[in-house]
Unconditional design. Sequence first.
Length: 146
Amino acid sequence: MMRPPTARQAIATQSAERRTEFGEVIPKGAANAARLIAIVEDAASGLPDEARPTLLVLIETETRLDDQIGKLDAEIRRRAKENEVARRLMTIPPLGHGNIPCQTMGIRPLIATALVALAPPHTAATAFDRWKAASWGGATTKMPYR
């Protein structure tokens, strides 16, 4: 099943489609965004004046999204740093599989704060309650008898 595109991906795709309509072919990817912005803002770039307003709106929207994402990232990092459980979660090292090394960096602030906010409380009194808490995180395979 394919994931729906994020707002940033949708904006990048739209701007690439608009550029292509007017003969500007720039490779996809965030690394080429500065090149696109320079072309759109340069009046002597050869880009038709009809295309410029649409592309400027897309660039402005992407810039605004980047700013908002930066603010949210800072807030998540702050919350993860302030919460003891999140700090402990972030100390868990990444897990590899057999002799295949893991390419991830362990639990990051986003996942740690999400687990703190969404995981059920760890007040498991019975084996069944402990199983439910473990199964919430995908750590069990079959249900114990009640």
